[in-house]
Design a binder for this molecule. Sequence first.
Ligand code: FPP
Length: 230
Amino acid sequence: MEEKILPRHIGIIMDGNGRWAKKRHLPRTAGHIQGAKAFRKCLRHCADLGIECVTFYAFSTENWKRPKEEVDAIMKLFSDYLDEGLGMSEKDIRMKFIGDPEPLSDDLKNKMRGLEEKSSGNRGTICCIAVNYGGRDDIVRAVRKIAADGKIAESVTEQSITEKLDTSGLPDVDLIIRPSGEQRLSNFLIWQAAYAEYVFMDVLWPDFGEKELDLALEEYSRRNRRFGGI
Ligand code: FPP
Protein backbone atom coordinates (compact mmCIF):
# COMPACT_ATOMS: atom_id res chain seq x y z
CA MET A 1 0.00 0.00 0.00
CA GLU A 2 1.19 3.50 -0.81
CA GLU A 3 2.24 5.46 2.27
CA LYS A 4 0.21 8.66 2.83
CA ILE A 5 2.27 11.85 3.01
CA LEU A 6 1.22 13.73 6.14
CA PRO A 7 1.72 17.47 6.62
CA ARG A 8 4.10 18.42 9.43
CA HIS A 9 2.07 21.53 10.29
CA ILE A 10 -1.68 22.00 9.70
CA GLY A 11 -3.46 25.36 10.08
CA ILE A 12 -7.21 25.29 10.65
CA ILE A 13 -9.59 28.22 10.26
CA MET A 14 -12.55 27.29 12.46
CA ASP A 15 -15.26 29.03 10.45
CA GLY A 16 -19.04 28.68 10.27
CA ASN A 17 -20.07 28.57 13.93
CA GLY A 18 -22.53 31.45 13.50
CA ARG A 19 -24.18 29.92 10.42
CA TRP A 20 -24.42 26.54 12.14
CA ALA A 21 -26.34 28.18 15.00
CA LYS A 22 -28.51 30.31 12.72
CA LYS A 23 -29.63 27.25 10.74
CA ARG A 24 -30.92 25.83 14.02
CA HIS A 25 -32.48 29.11 15.25
CA LEU A 26 -29.99 29.16 18.12
CA PRO A 27 -27.89 32.08 19.41
CA ARG A 28 -24.43 32.40 17.80
CA THR A 29 -22.81 31.41 21.07
CA ALA A 30 -24.39 27.94 20.72
CA GLY A 31 -22.37 27.62 17.50
CA HIS A 32 -19.16 28.52 19.34
CA ILE A 33 -19.90 25.97 22.07
CA GLN A 34 -20.33 23.28 19.41
CA GLY A 35 -17.24 24.66 17.60
CA ALA A 36 -15.17 24.20 20.74
CA LYS A 37 -16.24 20.53 20.87
CA ALA A 38 -15.17 20.13 17.24
CA PHE A 39 -11.83 21.74 18.13
CA ARG A 40 -11.22 19.20 20.91
CA LYS A 41 -12.20 16.29 18.67
CA CYS A 42 -9.94 17.49 15.85
CA LEU A 43 -6.97 18.09 18.18
CA ARG A 44 -7.25 14.58 19.61
CA HIS A 45 -7.43 13.09 16.13
CA CYS A 46 -4.30 15.02 15.09
CA ALA A 47 -2.54 13.68 18.19
CA ASP A 48 -3.61 10.10 17.38
CA LEU A 49 -2.36 10.50 13.80
CA GLY A 50 1.00 11.77 15.03
CA ILE A 51 0.74 15.21 13.39
CA GLU A 52 3.71 17.30 14.52
CA CYS A 53 1.88 20.61 14.87
CA VAL A 54 -1.64 21.97 14.39
CA THR A 55 -2.58 25.64 14.67
CA PHE A 56 -6.21 26.64 15.26
CA TYR A 57 -7.42 30.15 14.40
CA ALA A 58 -9.60 30.84 17.43
CA PHE A 59 -9.84 34.66 17.58
CA SER A 60 -8.45 37.20 15.13
CA THR A 61 -7.30 40.78 15.70
CA GLU A 62 -10.45 41.74 13.74
CA ASN A 63 -12.88 39.67 15.86
CA TRP A 64 -13.07 42.44 18.51
CA LYS A 65 -15.55 44.15 16.15
CA ARG A 66 -18.19 41.57 17.16
CA PRO A 67 -20.85 42.41 19.79
CA LYS A 68 -19.39 42.46 23.31
CA GLU A 69 -21.62 39.58 24.48
CA GLU A 70 -20.27 37.34 21.71
CA VAL A 71 -16.64 38.28 22.44
CA ASP A 72 -17.19 37.67 26.16
CA ALA A 73 -18.81 34.30 25.45
CA ILE A 74 -15.86 33.20 23.26
CA MET A 75 -13.33 34.30 25.93
CA LYS A 76 -15.30 32.42 28.60
CA LEU A 77 -15.28 29.33 26.39
CA PHE A 78 -11.47 29.56 25.98
CA SER A 79 -11.08 29.94 29.70
CA ASP A 80 -13.29 26.89 30.44
CA TYR A 81 -11.40 24.75 27.93
CA LEU A 82 -8.04 25.82 29.30
CA ASP A 83 -9.23 24.79 32.77
CA GLU A 84 -10.15 21.42 31.39
CA GLY A 85 -6.55 20.89 30.18
CA LEU A 86 -7.47 19.83 26.61
CA GLY A 87 -6.37 16.24 27.07
CA MET A 88 -2.74 17.37 27.19
CA SER A 89 -1.53 14.81 29.60
CA GLU A 90 -3.17 11.70 28.17
CA LYS A 91 -2.25 12.63 24.57
CA ASP A 92 1.19 14.11 25.37
CA ILE A 93 0.14 17.40 23.71
CA ARG A 94 2.31 20.52 24.01
CA MET A 95 0.37 23.78 24.13
CA LYS A 96 1.45 27.05 22.57
CA PHE A 97 -0.44 30.31 22.13
CA ILE A 98 0.22 32.77 19.35
CA GLY A 99 -1.10 36.29 18.85
CA ASP A 100 -0.73 39.43 20.93
CA PRO A 101 -1.89 38.57 24.47
CA GLU A 102 -1.83 42.23 25.60
CA PRO A 103 -5.60 43.01 25.45
CA LEU A 104 -6.63 39.66 27.00
CA SER A 105 -7.66 39.43 30.64
CA ASP A 106 -4.95 38.70 33.22
CA ASP A 107 -6.81 35.55 34.15
CA LEU A 108 -6.73 34.21 30.59
CA LYS A 109 -3.08 35.25 30.12
CA ASN A 110 -2.12 33.39 33.30
CA LYS A 111 -4.00 30.27 32.22
CA MET A 112 -2.33 30.35 28.78
CA ARG A 113 1.14 30.74 30.27
CA GLY A 114 0.37 28.07 32.87
CA LEU A 115 -0.66 25.52 30.23
CA GLU A 116 2.41 26.28 28.09
CA GLU A 117 4.65 25.70 31.08
CA LYS A 118 2.80 22.63 32.31
CA SER A 119 2.95 20.95 28.89
CA SER A 120 6.45 22.08 27.89
CA GLY A 121 7.93 18.63 28.50
CA ASN A 122 5.31 16.84 26.35
CA ARG A 123 6.62 15.41 23.11
CA GLY A 124 3.45 14.65 21.11
CA THR A 125 1.53 17.04 18.85
CA ILE A 126 2.09 20.76 19.37
CA CYS A 127 -1.32 22.43 19.68
CA CYS A 128 -0.99 26.06 18.79
CA ILE A 129 -4.00 28.30 19.44
CA ALA A 130 -4.15 31.69 17.74
CA VAL A 131 -5.85 34.19 20.05
CA ASN A 132 -5.94 37.88 19.12
CA TYR A 133 -3.85 36.81 16.16
CA GLY A 134 -3.38 38.62 12.86
CA GLY A 135 -0.77 37.66 10.28
CA ARG A 136 0.10 41.28 9.54
CA ASP A 137 0.30 42.09 13.24
CA ASP A 138 2.60 39.08 13.70
CA ILE A 139 4.95 40.43 11.00
CA VAL A 140 4.86 43.99 12.38
CA ARG A 141 5.71 42.75 15.88
CA ALA A 142 8.53 40.58 14.48
CA VAL A 143 10.07 43.48 12.54
CA ARG A 144 9.75 45.75 15.60
CA LYS A 145 11.73 43.21 17.65
CA ILE A 146 14.46 43.23 14.98
CA ALA A 147 14.42 47.04 14.85
CA ALA A 148 14.77 47.20 18.62
CA ASP A 149 18.12 45.36 18.26
CA GLY A 150 19.44 48.17 15.99
CA LYS A 151 21.30 47.94 12.61
CA ILE A 152 17.93 47.56 10.95
CA ALA A 153 18.60 47.36 7.20
CA GLU A 154 21.15 44.52 7.38
CA SER A 155 19.30 42.58 10.03
CA VAL A 156 15.95 42.32 8.22
CA THR A 157 16.10 39.00 6.37
CA GLU A 158 13.59 36.24 5.67
CA GLN A 159 15.32 34.17 8.33
CA SER A 160 15.37 36.88 10.99
CA ILE A 161 11.67 37.65 10.45
CA THR A 162 10.78 33.92 10.58
CA GLU A 163 12.70 33.61 13.85
CA LYS A 164 10.89 36.57 15.46
CA LEU A 165 7.35 35.54 14.50
CA ASP A 166 5.06 34.03 17.14
CA THR A 167 5.54 30.64 15.43
CA SER A 168 9.33 30.76 15.88
CA GLY A 169 10.70 27.22 16.07
CA LEU A 170 7.69 25.64 14.34
CA PRO A 171 7.85 24.35 10.78
CA ASP A 172 6.13 26.38 8.03
CA VAL A 173 2.46 25.51 7.52
CA ASP A 174 2.03 22.74 4.94
CA LEU A 175 -1.75 22.56 4.85
CA ILE A 176 -4.44 25.13 5.56
CA ILE A 177 -7.95 23.78 6.03
CA ARG A 178 -10.92 26.15 5.88
CA PRO A 179 -14.41 24.76 6.30
CA SER A 180 -17.69 26.67 5.77
CA GLY A 181 -17.33 27.29 2.04
CA GLU A 182 -15.29 30.51 2.34
CA GLN A 183 -12.10 30.52 0.28
CA ARG A 184 -9.75 33.05 1.84
CA LEU A 185 -6.92 33.24 4.36
CA SER A 186 -8.36 36.07 6.51
CA ASN A 187 -4.98 37.25 7.84
CA PHE A 188 -4.08 33.79 9.23
CA LEU A 189 -0.36 32.81 9.17
CA ILE A 190 0.18 34.83 5.98
CA TRP A 191 3.99 34.58 6.17
CA GLN A 192 4.12 30.97 7.35
CA ALA A 193 1.66 29.75 4.67
CA ALA A 194 3.66 31.06 1.72
CA TYR A 195 3.94 27.55 0.24
CA ALA A 196 0.99 25.89 1.96
CA GLU A 197 -1.61 23.78 0.21
CA TYR A 198 -5.21 24.91 0.76
CA VAL A 199 -8.20 22.66 1.26
CA PHE A 200 -11.57 24.38 1.37
CA MET A 201 -14.56 22.38 2.50
CA ASP A 202 -18.30 23.02 2.52
CA VAL A 203 -18.95 21.64 6.00
CA LEU A 204 -19.53 24.16 8.84
CA TRP A 205 -16.89 24.00 11.60
CA PRO A 206 -19.17 22.57 14.35
CA ASP A 207 -19.87 19.58 12.04
CA PHE A 208 -16.16 19.03 11.33
CA GLY A 209 -14.93 15.71 12.72
CA GLU A 210 -12.42 12.92 12.22
CA LYS A 211 -13.88 11.99 8.82
CA GLU A 212 -13.50 15.55 7.49
CA LEU A 213 -9.90 15.78 8.71
CA ASP A 214 -9.11 12.45 7.05
CA LEU A 215 -10.62 13.72 3.77
CA ALA A 216 -8.50 16.88 3.90
CA LEU A 217 -5.38 14.81 4.59
CA GLU A 218 -6.16 12.52 1.66
CA GLU A 219 -6.54 15.55 -0.60
CA TYR A 220 -3.22 16.92 0.70
CA SER A 221 -1.41 13.66 0.03
CA ARG A 222 -2.53 13.85 -3.63
CA ARG A 223 -1.05 17.32 -4.15
CA ASN A 224 2.29 17.69 -5.91
CA ARG A 225 4.28 20.28 -3.99
CA ARG A 226 7.06 21.93 -5.96
CA PHE A 227 8.08 24.96 -3.82
CA GLY A 228 8.73 27.01 -6.96
CA GLY A 229 10.80 24.28 -8.60
CA ILE A 230 9.63 21.95 -11.35
C1 FPP B 1 -15.66 31.70 13.33
O1 FPP B 1 -17.00 31.36 13.02
C2 FPP B 1 -15.37 31.34 14.70
C3 FPP B 1 -14.84 32.16 15.67
C4 FPP B 1 -14.49 33.58 15.45
C5 FPP B 1 -14.62 31.67 17.04
C6 FPP B 1 -13.88 30.37 17.09
C7 FPP B 1 -14.02 29.84 18.44
C8 FPP B 1 -14.26 28.56 18.74
C9 FPP B 1 -14.36 27.45 17.76
C10 FPP B 1 -14.49 28.21 20.14
C11 FPP B 1 -13.46 27.80 21.07
C12 FPP B 1 -12.14 27.44 20.72
C13 FPP B 1 -11.29 26.93 21.62
C14 FPP B 1 -9.86 26.95 21.29
C15 FPP B 1 -11.72 26.36 22.90
P1 FPP B 1 -18.03 32.55 12.75
O2 FPP B 1 -18.60 32.96 14.07
O3 FPP B 1 -17.34 33.65 11.99
O4 FPP B 1 -19.10 31.85 11.88
P2 FPP B 1 -19.98 32.54 10.73
O5 FPP B 1 -19.02 32.96 9.64
O6 FPP B 1 -20.89 31.42 10.30
O7 FPP B 1 -20.70 33.68 11.35
